[in-house]
Design a binder for this molecule. Structure first.
Ligand code: HEC
Ligand code: HEC
Ligand code: HEC
Length: 375
């Protein structure tokens, strides 16, 4: 008879091992969710870092460095982020907003970014939500008066003061045309322009808000309303100066009257004196008086709007042409060099020369203005 084998130590060892394995698993199962979370958090941080770089390079110019908004709307807003799902942000970024300056960023839509990069941008923007200020995105109602003011500063040169047309561009206040085309058509035409036919692309110069204001003006014309722009006294005086230089008495009187209506007492005395000189057809006297009244950079501003704003923006902040504020090229050239440059233009770019268009006097006013912008 074989002696009874004693399995006890083995069973004990086996049991011990099983317990050990179970214990390890136990620990593993217990720690796994934490581990997954840690990996996910690291992935999210990586995505946010990548997103923040993409944002700084591509979006900050329009939406502000911290999403506070600029040319584009505020993105760092709790209301916006709460009501906009990741999917919606993702798709907005990929497709852009057609008919506005918000470009399409997704490769599928002709933009530069992969889907992964769009996800990274969403992760970066989403991270603002926790601390985003409780402000509703600003909705500014399109305003025909603001539109009329923009029109009087930017469009009248070609389309005439009330949109009646000039030899440079067709009438815009023609009732039949206004009936045939809706606001969306006007918004689109103004934004994209017809560069080949001399109508500038305003989408790169005016903000979508400003274009909406101009469309509101056009809409008011369609309803037969006349809208007066908010033109400052100084602007009327600048217009008067140009009318005087062209020996245009009715126009000069009109602008002097309008300026007088806004003038303080001491200014009114000067303006009446100018009207007196104009009455005597003393063109040189009226011009000299207007010139002492207007600082040269303001005259430069008028000339800039007429000649340069279509490309460089009314404020010189750039568009099709470069930003002329804090501009290295301007800072590193003398007045004479700048005059020569503006007369000659730059070959193979849209910057055509102004030889035969601007007088040396005009140039000196414009240069005074762009020097002020460097400060
Ligand atoms: C050239 C200016 C410009 C640039 C650059 C730009 N945007 Fe925009 N963006 C806009 C404008 C303007 C709108 C508003 C469009 C409209 O009227 O609906 C907008 C709208 C948006 C919206 C929708 C906001 C809302 O209130 O519905 C998001 C999200 C957005 N942009 C994200 C981005 C991101 C991300 C980038 C960079 C990859 C970017 N934008 C770059 C101009 C810009
Ligand atoms: C430098 C001159 C110039 C300026 C400044 C200008 N336009 Fe034009 N615009 C034109 C010309 C030229 C056309 C006609 C283009 C064509 O023949 O298709 C035109 C056409 C248009 C049309 C289409 C009219 C139609 O019946 O087809 C609209 C709308 C318009 N402009 C609006 C504006 C607005 C708004 C502004 C100011 C923000 C402006 N334009 C500033 C030259 C100009
Ligand atoms: C039709 C469009 C257009 C008009 C109008 C225009 N510019 Fe320009 N301008 C440009 C472009 C585009 C450039 C940049 C050229 C390049 O890519 O080097 C430029 C460049 C310049 C520069 C050099 C800036 C730099 O950093 O290199 C100055 C200064 C300048 N323009 C001044 C003016 C002034 C002043 C006027 C009006 C008298 C004017 N421009 C009218 C399109 C225009």
């Amino acid at each position: 008879m074989r002696p009874q084998e004693d399995h006890t130590p083995l069973v004990a060892t086996g049991f011990g091992l099983t317990l050990a394995v179970l214990a390890v698993f136990q620990v593993y199962f217990w720690r796994e969710p934490g581990r997954i979370q840690a990996v996910e958090a690291a992935d999210l941080r990586r995505a946010q870092t990548a997103g923040s770089e993409l944002y700084a390079e591509n979006c900050a110019a329009c939406h502000g460095e911290g999403g506070e908004g600029n040319l584009g709307p505020v993105l760092n807003s709790r209301t916006l982020l709460k009501t906009t799902a990741d999917d919606t942000l993702f798709s907005l970024i990929r497709t852009g907003v057609p008919g506005t300056v918000m470009p399409a960023w997704g490769q599928t839509y002709g933009g530069p970014f992969t889907d992964q990069q769009a996800v990274q941008l969403v992760a970066f923007i989403r991270a603002w939500e926790a601390t985003a200020p409780e402000i509703a995105p600003v909705v500014i109602e399109p305003d025909p008066v603001r539109g009329a003011t923009i029109f009087a500063e930017t469009c009248f040169i070609c389309h005439g003061e009330n949109g009646q047309g000039t030899d440079r561009a067709p009438a815009l206040n023609d009732p039949a045309t206004l009936r045939d085309f809706d606001n969306a058509w006007y918004r689109n035409t103004i934004t994209h322009g017809r560069p080949a036919k001399g109508m500038p692309t305003w989408g790169t110069v005016l903000s979508p808000q400003q274009i909406d204001d101009v469309v509101a003006l056009i809409s008011a014309w369609r309803e037969g309303q006349a809208v007066m722009p908010l033109i400052s006294m100084r602007r009327h005086l600048r217009s008067a100066l140009f009318a005087v230089q062209q020996f245009d008495q009715p126009d000069a009187s009109f602008h002097l009257e309008a300026a007088l209506a806004q003038a303080s007492e001491s200014e009114a005395k000067d303006i009446r004196a100018m009207m007196g000189l104009l009455g005597q057809k003393d063109w040189a006297g009226a011009q000299a008086r207007l010139l002492t009244f207007l600082p040269p950079e303001e005259i430069g501003q008028e000339l800039f709007v007429i000649n340069c704003a279509a490309c460089h923006g009314v404020e010189g902040r750039g568009g099709l042409g470069k930003n002329l504020r804090d501009n290295k090229f301007i800072q590193s050239h003398s007045d004479d060099d700048l005059s020569a440059f503006i007369l000659a233009g730059r070959e193979r770019t849209a910057m055509d020369g102004f030889e035969g268009i601007l007088t040396p006097e005009d140039l000196s006013y414009i240069i005074t203005l762009i020097r002020v912008w460097q400060k």
